[in-house]
Design a binder for this molecule. Structure first.
Ligand SMILES: [Zn+2]
Length: 449
C-alpha cells in the first residue's frame, strides 16, 4: 500500500491524495489550488499518477479546495465512480458550476473546465451514507461525519488483505458547531492524514454572538456599515442564524437590514434547508416550528440590480457577501464603496489564505489596490476567529488521541508554521506516533512499516 501526496502538502489548498493497493488506486479529493499565483498555476498540471490505475475517487466535502478540480477528470479520461454524501453532492454541484462560471468570466487562460464538464462529472457520482462501509477493489471504505460543513466526511480506507487502515480527516469541524452534528471520532487506524490549518492556534471560547452584538450596536448608533466577507457554505448560514437569534432576543433592531448579497450563499442556504437530518440537535428542534435563516430585515439580493441598490441605502446596514477571502465576488464592489469610510466595520469571520485581498487587509495594509482602484483603508478591521469551521490544535490532538493503533500522522492542509507547531505537539502528546510533513509528489510506502 502506497500513499502519494499531490496537493495540500505544505499548503492549505489543492487537497489531493492517491492511495494504492495491489490492484486498486483511490484518489481522495481533487481540490483547487487557491491563493498565490504559483500555486494557482498547479491547477493546470496533471497529477503525477497512473490514471489507468485509478479505480475511484472519494470526496470528503464540497469546499472548492477539496472538490474544485473534479471536472478535470473528464479531460483525464476517468469515467469511474466518485463517492460522496448526498449533501456534498448538492453543494459540490453549486460550487463547481460557480467555478466554471467564474473562469468563463475571467481570462480565457484560467478556464479549467466548462459547465458541460461539470455535468458529465456529476453523472459519475455515487452516493454514500455515513458509517456504512462499502468496497472499492482492495479496500473497504467508510465515510464518517467530520462536522465541518454540511455533508462533510472523514474517510477511512482499510486494505482488506492486511486490515491496515488509513484515515483521511478531510477538514475537521470546530465542534460543537451551532448548526451541525459533532465531529465523529475514528476509533482505529494505522495512518492518519490529518489537516493542520490551525495547528498552531487555540480558538478562544465561542464569542461570535457577543462580538457581533457589539459590532451591530456600534453600527446602529453611528448609522454605519458592517461589511462581512463570507464563505457561501456554512459561514453565511451561521451568520443568518445568529442574526435571526439576535432579532428574536431584541439584541438587534428588527429594522436593521441585512443584505445577503451572494447568489451562491442564497442557493447554499436553500440546500441547507433540505438536510435537517444533518443538523445539530438544537437546530433540529428549532426547524420544526421556525425558519432559522429568515428574519425581519433580511434582504436577499438574488439579482445584480438588488446588489447595486445596496449602496443607495443610507443608514445602518449589514452586508454579507462573497467571496470569503475577498478574492472575487460581490464583496469587491462593496469593498471599493465602503473600505474608505471610517464609519465602516469590516468583519473577517473566516480563514484568509496568503495572497488574498482579505489577508492583505487583515495583515494591516493601509491601502490596497482593488481592480485598479487604490483604496485608503479607513474602515475598522475586526476579526472574529471563533467562527472557524476548522478544528484548532487541541481539537486535532483530541481527534488523533481517539485513534487506537495510530502509528503515523501525515500533516496536510496547513501552511508551514502551523504544521510544524502541530508536529511538535504530536511528538509531546502522542508518543511513538511518527509524524510526516509531506511535500507535493512525495510518496510513502505504508506496507513496509
Ligand atoms: Zn473545508
Amino acid at each position: 500500500m502506497k500513499l502519494k501526496f499531490l496537493g495540500a502538502a505544505k499548503t492549505v489548498t489543492g487537497s489531493n491524495f492517491f492511495l494504492t493497493g495491489d490492484n486498486t488506486g483511490i484518489m481522495v479529493d481533487f481540490g483547487m489550488f487557491q491563493g498565490k499565483p504559483e500555486e494557482v498555476g498547479l491547477n493546470n498540471v496533471k497529477p503525477n499518477i497512473d490514471f489507468n490505475k485509478l479505480s475511484a475517487v472519494l470526496l470528503t466535502h464540497a469546499h472548492l479546495d477539496h472538490c474544485g478540480r473534479l471536472p478535470l477528470l473528464v479531460h483525464y479520461g476517468f469515467n469511474g465512480p466518485i463517492f460522496m454524501t448526498e449533501a456534498t453532492k448538492a453543494l459540490a454541484e453549486l460550487v463547481l458550476h460557480d467555478a466554471a462560471k467564474i473562469a468563463k468570466e475571467a481570462e480565457a487562460k484560467s478556464v479549467l473546465y466548462t459547465d458541460e464538464d461539470v455535468e458529465v462529472i456529476l453523472k459519475q457520482v455515487s452516493l454514500v451514507e455515513y458509517d456504512k462501509p462499502f468496497d472499492v477493489g482492495d479496500f473497504s471504505i467508510t465515510f464518517v461525519d467530520a462536522g465541518h460543513i454540511l455533508g462533510s466526511a472523514s474517510v477511512i480506507a482499510e486494505e482488506r488483505k492486511t486490515n491496515k487502515r488509513v484515515v483521511f480527516s478531510g477538514d475537521l469541524g470546530n465542534t460543537p458547531e451551532p448548526l451541525l452534528s459533532p465531529t465523529h471520532f475514528v476509533h482505529k487506524a494505522h495512518v492518519a492524514v490529518v489537516e493542520s490549518t490551525y495547528g498552531d492556534e487555540t480558538h478562544g471560547p465561542r464569542e461570535e454572538v457577543g462580538d457581533l452584538v457589539k459590532i451591530i450596536k456600534k453600527a446602529e448608533m453611528s448609522r454605519g456599515t458592517v461589511l462581512i466577507p463570507s464563505f457561501s457554505i456554512e459561514r453565511a448560514q451561521e451568520l443568518l442564524y445568529i442574526f435571526d437569534q439576535l432579532k428574536k432576543e431584541g439584541k438587534m433592531d428588527n429594522k436593521t437590514p441585512v443584505f445577503l448579497d451572494s447568489p451562491m450563499a442564497i442557493k447554499a442556504t436553500m440546500i441547507f434547508k433540505d438536510f435537517p437530518v444533518l443538523f445539530s440537535k438544537r437546530l433540529k428542534d428549532q426547524v420544526k416550528t421556525d425558519d432559522p435563516f429568515d428574519f425581519p430585515g433580511l434582504v436577499v439580493c438574488d439579482t445584480i440590480e438588488k446588489s447595486k441598490q445596496v449602496k443607495n441605502y443610507e443608514g445602518v446596514k449589514v452586508i454579507v457577501a462573497g467571496s470569503g477571502m475577498m478574492s472575487g465576488g460581490r464583496i469587491i464592489h462593496h469593498a471599493i464603496n465602503y473600505l474608505g469610510d471610517p464609519n465602516t466595520q469590516l468583519v473577517i469571520v473566516g480563514y484568509q489564505a496568503e495572497g488574498t485581498l482579505g489577508r492583505e487587509i487583515l495583515d494591516g495594509k493601509s491601502s490596497v489596490n482593488i481592480w485598479g482602484n487604490w483604496i485608503n483603508i479607513k474602515a475598522e478591521i475586526l476579526e472574529i476567529k471563533t467562527m472557524s469551521a476548522h478544528a484548532d490544535q487541541g481539537q486535532v490532538i483530541s481527534w488523533l488521541k481517539k485513534i487506537e493503533g495510530l502509528e503515523e500522522a501525515a500533516l496536510v492542509h496547513g501552511e508551514e508554521l502551523p504544521r510544524l507547531v502541530l508536529s511538535e505537539k504530536i511528538h509531546m502528546e502522542l508518543q511513538g506516533v511518527k509524524v510526516v510533513l509531506p511535500v507535493v509528489n512525495q510518496e510513502i510506502d505504508l506496507s513496509v512499516q
